[in-house]
Design a protein around this ligand. Structure first.
Ligand code: SF4
Length: 259
């Protein structure tokens, strides 16, 4: 399927379905994906084998210089900017200088677009590290993934490449005292002959129990929008996402839907 990689460190600005006018930052290699998950829906394609993984990180100074150049040009051209978003070809918080890069980003944002937000989309695998927690606490939109309450579903959908235990992730998420956005991808279909569906009552009820425990400020629910590496996945309909959203809102949660 036609998945794609971002071939630059800074990309956009683009109109994001979830965040507004967004300038993207890709801290991962520009010619390969680098992630400790291998989600069956990942728009960047499959995660390469360990021996093929390229951990050639863009140095902090280069990221800072490129971001300075782009923001300065956008300011001169009177362009609008809602958000600077860390996403790209994998998991941004794996970058060894992630915390320092966030400091630089805050400085540059304040200099050029003081009203713009800083967002990080992360799979929440590095939030056992104090440095990463502190960095994420400084950004405006700290968006952390949890796709299921069941280890077997996480294995099927996200396929973590290292140690991943839902209980630990839940405990780590609690460190933000609710001040973050929980992001969940709802998806159906088949993968390698196995049924995929994290919208069933059993899935929803177990996930909702964790949501109540973690108590996030916002819950972002979405479904696939582009080609996925696993070919037999299907979108969850807007109506189904709306039903999920209604149940969450009934309990007082703030929900964003991207269909
Ligand atoms: S966590 Fe994000 S980047 Fe990593 S495999 Fe999943 S969707 Fe792709």
């Amino acid at each position: 399927m036609a998945t794609f990689l971002f071939d630059k460190i800074i990309f956009g600005p683009v109109k994001s379905r979830r965040l507004g006018i967004s300038l993207g930052i890709n801290l991962l290699p520009t010619d390969s994906k680098l992630c400790n998950f291998n989600c069956i829906y990942c728009e960047c394609g499959w995660t390469p084998d360990k021996k093929e993984l390229k951990a050639d990180w863009h140095p902090r100074q280069i990221v800072k210089q490129k971001l300075d150049e782009v923001l300065s040009a956008m300011k001169t051209e009177n362009k609008a900017l809602d958000v600077i978003t860390y996403a790209g070809n994998g998991e941004p918080t794996m970058h060894p200088e992630f915390a320092e890069i966030i400091e630089d980003t805050i400085q540059l944002r304040d200099k050029y677009f003081s009203k713009a937000r800083i967002a990080v989309l992360s799979n929440a695998t590095q939030i056992h590290k104090e440095k990463i927690i502190n960095a994420l606490k400084k950004v405006d939109d700290n968006i952390l993934k949890l796709d299921s309450a069941f280890p077997e579903t996480v294995k099927l959908i996200n396929n973590p490449q290292g140690f991943y235990q839902i209980d630990n992730v839940v405990e780590n998420l609690k460190q933000f005292d609710g001040d973050f956005t929980l992001q969940t991808m709802f998806v159906k279909g088949k993968h390698k002959g196995q049924l995929v569906d994290n919208t069933t009552d059993k899935e929803f009820n177990a996930w909702f129990k964790l949501v109540k425990e973690i108590n996030p400020q916002t819950i972002m629910i979405y479904t696939i929008a582009r080609d996925t590496p696993s070919p037999d996945l299907v979108k969850v309909s807007y109506d189904e996402l709306k039903q999920i959203s209604n149940k969450l809102e009934k309990e007082g949660f703030k929900v964003q839907i991207s269909a």
